[in-house]
Ligand binder design. Structure first.
Ligand code: SER
Length: 578
């Protein structure tokens, strides 16, 4: 029996017990800003658990796509993944504990219509009670009546056997089912059981939640209008148990991907292979639900998953084509179940992000080894902070996350201003190096006017982390002497450590005092950047959105590396800061 068979048996089992089968919704929750992703099958059913009537009735079952980033760092052990499918059945004020537990047991153990698992490898935990809700003796009795002996039933606290989707949510005590992967454990005391759980010898395969309470700000505030049932079984884990595997990564879901990695890797290592397989599968599902790599929310998670996978692929010395082959393999596995999977589009989104990251990966690694600021690694080399943290941890060091977060907040503030469009095309990304080049560009503009005259007007600007490029109006080639002179002026201004400041003012005012390039559009209020002091006269005044360094002192040595024509009457300078 493979994973597809497990899924279809589950749905059939509950259909024949009066449940309506509902399709999985997107990984991205609708109308629920409290989470980035659906983290459980019940997430899209919240309103109904809270009391609204569901159009499909009081009994539902589904296989829901879920994604939990909380387990990201555990990925690669035997039981954790990011994306997973959750099999679930629900009762909205219909059946309660007795039927829920009985059907869970039946589905797990029945040979004909269920999974045919041997009950002698099953263990269960039950809610042990707290100040508000008593110990769940009713569930204990139901388990006993089904043949689960008392020495396989354990009481657990609200930490593990209480379920809610966040602090404002329907909630309730749960009973969880576990399976002995080693098939050797037999009867265990509570202490032995907990140890086996830690060692991943027993694995949780199903959770029946008896949702009868309403939780607000993390506290139970009353009972729900209905006594509901919410169950959840991770398809990957159940499949591992059914296939007799120790790990979800050895099931039919992951094995082909792991084998592809093993076959192609020149430096194979199991945990990284599992991370690659997991992350690519998650990326595939995210992309097919319309997420694109980006710098915030779902897009950032997708970016992080792809980049971490690509990084691990590098470590295992895998050809980058293997990534798309793995994705294709997953698309084939799931395309009969989830129609939204379209191979070509997923592939191209993945490849584009991969390319972007690969371009800077080697350089970024060199910078990382030198101990470069994680903020620069992120803004300039595209290293997600979590990747930098992970690398640091592997080397037994730590990074200052608070400092990073502070710089990020500042950076976002600045790039929002830049995004207002005052320096369009000029600012590629806004790493520290780019910011320096940006200020150097203003110095160059002013110096050119001093040397060549006021007919010099900016025609274009482009900055990368290696150089600045500046286009300006001027009819002929600059002489060596003129170039030298411009360099000298800029370097003098750097040596003078001039302050850089800005002011917002009405455009009509600003036009009288500051430079602006004619082809840019400005709003009524503009920002003007000043370099220098008011007393001695500003060296430069320009319309600009920023960001800039606060003082020219740290720019380094300015050098023109090229001066050439771009079109009639327009010259181009490329210059570096050394
Ligand atoms: N909501 C519960 C869980 O996720 C049961 O489905 O475990």
């Amino acid at each position: 029996m493979n994973s597809n068979e497990v899924r279809s048996r589950f749905l059939k089992f509950f259909e024949s017990r009066g449940h309506k089968i509902i399709p999985s919704v997107s990984l991205i929750p609708e109308n629920d800003p409290s989470v980035l992703f659906n983290i459980a099958g019940m997430q899209p059913l919240m309103p109904y658990l809270l009391g609204r009537e569901h159009p499909a009735g009081k009994r539902l079952a589904s296989s829901q796509k879920c994604l939990r980033t909380i387990d990201l760092l555990d990925v690669g052990d035997n039981t954790h993944n990011t994306f997973f499918e959750m099999l679930g059945n629900w009762s909205f004020g219909d059946y309660f504990k007795k039927e829920a537990i009985k059907w869970s047991y039946e589905f797990l153990t029945d040979k004909k219509n269920g999974l045919g698992l041997d009950p002698k490898y099953l263990y269960v935990t039950v809610f042990g009670g707290n100040d508000v809700i008593p110990k769940d003796m009713e569930s204990v009795e139901i388990w006993k009546s089904l043949g689960i002996g008392e020495n396989r039933i354990y009481f657990k606290s609200s930490k593990s056997n209480w379920w809610s989707a966040g602090s404002n949510s329907p909630a309730g005590p749960s009973t969880e089912m576990f399976y002995d992967l080693t098939k050797k454990l037999g009867n265990m005391t509570q202490v032995e059981f907990e140890k086996a759980e830690d060692e991943q010898k027993v694995v949780e395969i199903w959770n029946d939640v008896f949702m009868a309470y309403k939780q607000e700000n993390g506290k139970v505030v009353g009972e729900l209008p209905n006594k509901n049932v919410d169950t959840g079984a991770g398809l990957e884990r159940i499949t591992a148990v059914v296939e007799g595997k120790q790990s979800i990564y050895d099931t039919d879901i992951f094995l082909p991907a792991i084998e592809m990695i093993k076959k192609n890797s020149k430096n194979y290592e199991e945990k990284s292979a599992r991370i690659i397989a997991d992350h690519l599968r998650s990326a595939m599902f995210l992309i097919s639900d319309g997420v694109l790599p980006g710098n915030k929310d779902q897009g950032y998670i997708l970016r992080r998953l792809i980049r971490r996978a690509v990084f691990k692929m590098k470590v295992l010395m895998l050809d980058s084509l293997v990534g798309t082959e793995i994705i294709d393999n997953f698309v084939d596995l799931y395309s009969g179940v989830y129609e939204e999977l379209k191979k070509v589009n997923i592939r191209s989104v993945f490849r584009l992000e991969e390319e972007k990251f690969l371009k800077t990966l080697n350089e970024g690694m060199k910078e990382f080894e030198k101990g470069t600021d994680p903020f620069v690694l992120f803004t300039t080399y595209g290293f997600p902070i979590e990747l930098t943290e992970e690398l640091a941890e592997e080397r037994g060091t730590m990074i200052d996350r608070e400092e990073f977060d502070r710089k990020m907040a500042e950076h976002q503030k600045l790039s929002r201003t830049a995004g207002a469009g005052m320096f369009k095309g000029g600012l590629g990304g806004v790493g520290e190096i780019e910011i320096k080049y940006h200020t150097a560009t203003h110095l160059l503009n002013a110096a050119l006017r001093q040397v060549l005259g006021n007919q010099v007007m900016q025609k274009g600007s482009n900055i990368t982390k290696e150089r600045l490029r500046f286009d300006f109006s001027y009819p002929q080639k600059m002489t060596e002497v003129e170039k030298k002179k411009v360099e000298e002026i800029v370097n003098d201004k750097i040596a003078e450590k001039l302050p850089v400041s800005f002011m917002e003012m009405p455009k009509t005012e600003a036009e009288k005092i500051a430079l602006h390039s004619f082809n840019e559009k400005y709003g009524d209020i503009v920002k003007v950047y000043f370099i220098g002091n008011e007393q001695s006269g500003y060296f430069s005044r320009e319309f600009c959105g920023g960001p800039h360094v606060s003082n020219t002192g740290g720019l380094g040595h300015f050098k023109i590396i090229k001066e050439e024509a771009v079109s009639v009457g327009v010259r181009r300078i490329k210059a570096v800061l050394e």
